[in-house]
Design a protein around this ligand. Structure first.
Ligand code: PGA
Ligand code: ZN
Length: 439
């Protein structure tokens, strides 16, 4: 039984307000903090902001907070829901209470905070860890698989101000045996990379972007991938660490227009590339570097380019803003053969149940599922449990640096330690991150 639901306005990793929910049951008080993106896809559920310019530059979330305190909380208590067995019903009830297709009335940030807190309360009532509770909710039965972490160690686009049009360059320790080893390999490589950047460009360029990656003064993807190749080799992990790229080209016709949002963009109007030219670029990068994962390669409604590129793409092609963790968008993408993997961001859709449903649908289509943080994060480590619970095989949570990023990696190491000590069979996804054994 839910005894009390209280929301409050707290801060995210960029210092902007976000929603915190504290939900009380007989088993204790369970908190959740909601993340927030930069390039929010147009098909995402609505993040309610107050738009009162006198406070937090209009970014306050007091309306969403009030919606929890005055509408959602009292209604859930009145209905007598029990998070232990009713998460699906609770999430469905909140959707109906909102009544809009994209949670615009009560706010996805209000609804998601309650949904996450309910999942935690449900796990506590069942006396099991959150990852096990989420696994039960999803109906997954195969052995646990620890995900390969993808660390965004070089930041560009709107996450930094260096003029690099591509937004994320990730390193993934696919050759590790455990997540603990993978995190060590990535952390060591990150520090080697820092030294290389300091030596090449000056120590001032070891400042970091929103997701903890460095933002040296480079503009071309090859320059970034050469830096990563050098760092991985110096750290001694050639062949054991692979790369992922996220140009964040969704919501813009090309990655170069995305760069216009960043101060000092060097890829200017003379260097705008067509989707076909971007395909050539991606293909040449994939040929030259070990890149098994490419995310957000075209604009979110540029179905034609997605479909054309996907037809011959052997690597994992992940839809982020294209899909928005939304089953309807997944079905559209499937019918067009537009991608072969889904990025899973819970706040894109706004309830835990709908995020699980999207992941289940993706798996049933034989797609990869890549769990993701947002660039505006919090210390809430919910997604670590989600990745293990759903057996998604991979997760991205930024660099191995910044508290809100490492909170997830630390939680993953805790989960792995717990699994090691338990009777439960488990493995590390490694090279099989797209379709881990547990699938
Ligand atoms: P976001 O994107 O800035 O919209 O959260 C982050 C990502 O794709 O990693
Ligand atoms: Zn993305």
């Amino acid at each position: 039984m839910i005894l009390d639901v209280k929301a409050a306005q707290r801060l995210d990793s960029r210092g902007n307000p976000t929603v915190q929910v504290a939900l009380k049951t007989a088993h204790g008080t369970f908190r959740a903090l909601v993340p927030s993106g930069t390039s929010t896809g147009v098909h995402e559920a609505v993040e309610l902001r107050d738009n009162d310019q006198r406070k937090y530059g209009g970014k306050g979330v007091l309306t969403a907070v009030n919606n929890v305190n005055e509408i959602i909380g009292p209604a859930l208590i009145k209905e007598g829901y029990d998070p232990h067995r009713d998460l699906k019903q609770i999430d469905g009830f909140m959707r109906e209470l909102d009544g809009t297709p994209n949670k615009a009335k009560l706010g996805a940030n209000a609804i998601l905070g309650v949904s996450m807190a309910c999942a935690r309360a449900g796990a506590a009532a069942a006396n099991i860890p959150l990852y096990e509770f989420l696994r039960r909710e999803s109906g997954e039965e195969s052995p646990y698989v620890m995900p390969v972490p993808f660390f965004n160690v070089l930041n560009g686009g709107k996450h930094s101000s260096n003029g690099m049009a591509f937004r994320e360059f990730m390193i993934a320790p696919t050759g590790a045996k455990t997540i603990e080893e993978g995190i060590r390999m990535a952390s060591e490589t990150y520090h080697v990379l820092k030294q290389i950047i300091a030596d090449k460009f000056g120590v001032i360029y070891t400042c970091i972007g929103d997701e903890g990656g460095f933002a040296p003064p480079i503009t071309q993807p090859e320059e970034a991938l050469d830096l990563l190749t050098e760092a991985v080799a110096k750290a001694g992990y050639t062949d054991k660490i692979k790369f992922g790229i996220d140009p964040a080209s969704a919501s813009k016709p090309s990655v170069l227009e995305e760069a216009e949002g960043a101060p000092n963009a060097h890829w200017d109007a003379d260097d705008i590339r067509t989707p076909n030219q971007m395909m050539d670029l991606y293909n040449s990068l994939i040929e030259k570097y070990p890149i098994p994962l490419l995310e957000d390669s075209f604009a979110e409604d540029d179905w034609e380019s997605w479909t054309t590129f996907c037809a011959d793409c052997k690597e994992e092609l992940v839809g982020d803003d294209l899909l928005c963790t939304n089953v309807e968008r997944l079905r559209m993408a499937e019918s067009r053969r537009a991608c072969n993997a889904m990025l899973l961001k819970v706040n894109q859709i706004g309830t835990v149940t709908e995020a699980i449903d999207a992941a289940k649908l993706a798996k049933s289509l034989d797609w990869g599922v890549f769990v993701s943080h947002r660039s505006g994060e919090t210390t809430d480590d919910f997604i670590a449990d989600l990745a293990v619970g759903l057996g998604t095989g991979h997760i991205k949570s930024g660099a191995p640096c910044r508290g809100e990023r490492v909170a997830k990696y630390n939680r993953l190491m805790d989960i792995e330690a717990e699994l090691k000590e338990s009777w439960k069979p488990w493995s590390y996804a490694g090279e099989q991150f797209r379709k881990p054994e547990a699938f």
